[in-house]
Write a protein of this length. Structure first.
Length: 95
């Protein structure tokens, strides 16, 4: 029997069920809460991932600015938590 990564098995199954994108986005939502911490997690939310651009809704522009300044660290931490290089850039919008 050959060794396979779990993602090599699960990813096609999720794609077949039509939920792969939703699962990835939910993983990123959970990861963002971990990366920014409980205090900021209530003030922002990962909304969607579109071709490597993660859209994050924030309650105010000051938080968006702070997260933009920390974007390289946030992107690296998110990708590390989900185990894939899914996020290349972050874009912000108002909640």
């Amino acid at each position: 029997m050959t060794e396979q990564r779990l993602s090599d098995i699960i990813d096609p199954a999720l794609r077949g069920l039509g939920v792969r994108v939703q699962v990835r986005e939910e993983r990123l939502r959970l990861a963002l809460a971990e990366v920014v911490g409980d205090g900021l997690a209530a003030l922002c939310r990962a909304e969607r991932l579109d071709r490597g651009v993660l859209v994050i809704a924030t309650t105010n522009s000051a938080l968006a600015h702070q997260l933009q300044m920390d974007a390289p660290r946030v992107i690296e931490a998110l990708n590390q938590r989900v185990g894939q290089d899914l996020v290349r850039r972050i874009r912000f919008k108002a909640m």
